[in-house]
Design a binder for this molecule. Structure first.
Ligand code: GAR
Length: 196
C-alpha cells in the first residue's frame, strides 16, 4: 500500500521538484502525476526528467467537465498537493478529495491571501506594508482561495532593507525545508492510502 500523490503546479515547480526528490525511493509515497494548467510550465519537463507522468488541464476541461477525476483515478491518486498552482480548485474536485488536498502559500495566512495574492504579488505587499516577519502556510484546500484549515506555518524575519525578491528567496527556502516533511507526516498519520 502506497499513497499516490499528484502535484499541481503552474510555474517553475521548484517545490514540486523538491517533493519528487524527497519521495524518490519511498515505499509509502509515490509522486504519481504532475498536473499543470500551462503547457509551457517549467514543471513539466522537470517532472518528465524524473520519470513522473504529466498532464495538462485546459480551463474548459477543469471547470466545465470532471475529466481530471478520471485522469487522477487512472493514476490511482489519493492525495493532491498544490505547489504553486494558481487556479481555484472547483467544488467537484474538493468534494472528491475531502481533506486530501493541501496548498502551500508564501505568507502567513490569513494575511496576504485571496484572489490575486500569489507569487511576487504577496512579497511586494508584505514589503510595502513594512512587515517585520513573513513566512509560509500549508493548509487544506476548500472552495475559496487560501481559506481552508491551516496545518502548518513557518516564519522568517523581514529586515528593513529587504526587497520583495529577498523576501521571496527566504520564503522559498522555508517552503523547500518544510513542505515535503509536512506532507510525509500528514500522509503517515492522517490519511489512509489506497490499496496498491
Ligand atoms: C511558491 O512560493 C508557492 O508558495 C506560491 O508559488 C510559488 C511556486 O514556486 N504559491 C502561491 O502563491 C499560491 N497562492 P515554485 O514553482 O518554484 O514551486
Amino acid at each position: 500500500m502506497a499513497h499516490h500523490i499528484a502535484l499541481f503546479a503552474s510555474g517553475t515547480g521548484s517545490n514540486a521538484r523538491n517533493i519528487i526528490k524527497y519521495f524518490q525511493g519511498s515505499e509509502t509515497v509515490r509522486v504519481a502525476l504532475v498536473v499543470s494548467n500551462k503547457k509551457d510550465a517549467g514543471v513539466l519537463p522537470m517532472a518528465q526528467a524524473y520519470g513522473v507522468p504529466t498532464h495538462i488541464v485546459s480551463r474548459h476541461s477543469f471547470y466545465e467537465s470532471t475529466e481530471i477525476l478520471e485522469v487522477l483515478q487512472q493514476h490511482q491518486v489519493d492525495f493532491i498537493a498544490l505547489a504553486g498552482f494558481l487556479w481555484l480548485i472547483p467544488a467537484y474536485l474538493v468534494r472528491a478529495f475531502p481533506r486530501r488536498i493541501v496548498n502551500i502559500h508564501p505568507a502567513l495566512l490569513p494575511r496576504y491571501g485571496g484572489k490575486g495574492m500569489y507569487g511576487m504579488h504577496v512579497h511586494e505587499a508584505v514589503q510595502a506594508a513594512g512587515e517585520t516577519e513573513t513566512g509560509m502556510t500549508i493548509h487544506y484546500v476548500n472552495e475559496q482561495y487560501d481559506e481552508g484549515d491551516i496545518l502548518f506555518q513557518a516564519r522568517c524575519p523581514v529586515a528593513p532593507g529587504d526587497s520583495a525578491a529577498d523576501i521571496a528567496r527566504n520564503v522559498l527556502a522555508l517552503e523547500h525545508r518544510h513542505f515535503p516533511e509536512v506532507l510525509a507526516r500528514l500522509l503517515d498519520t492522517a490519511v489512509a492510502p489506497n490499496a496498491d
